[in-house]
Design a protein around this ligand. Structure first.
Ligand code: ZN
Length: 103
């Protein structure tokens, strides 16, 4: 499969992030779901992929404060819990969005 590329990626509410892909697909992401899927080394154990982050420590009302493009690679987010080390690659975001919408 080709690398999925975004046309537009933006917060549509403090709780919801939307990506419109170049192929026409639209994926909405709940802020908390993205936080739980954070791929950084303090949330996921490197090598094993085991989750370190305990979902019970992530508030239900967590927000995305800022989203930032990481070159052509993907996106990083700043969450209201202060976390900001995760970088989400586009293919991973596409995968997460597809799982959610059941496309
Ligand atoms: Zn993380």
């Amino acid at each position: 499969m080709q690398q999925p590329l975004p046309k537009k990626a933006d917060l549509i509410s403090p709780f919801t992030f939307r990506i419109e892909w170049k192929d026409g697909a639209v994926c909405d992401y709940a802020a908390r779901d993205l936080r739980l899927a954070c791929p950084c080394a303090s949330c996921i154990e490197e090598g094993t992929g085991r989750a370190i982050l305990d979902p019970r420590t992530v508030r239900e009302d967590i927000l995305i404060l800022v989203s930032e493009l990481v070159g052509r690679y993907g996106l990083s987010f700043v969450w209201s819990d202060g976390h900001k080390t995760g970088i989400f690659a586009w293919p991973r975001l596409r995968e997460l969005g597809t799982l959610r919408s059941g496309l």
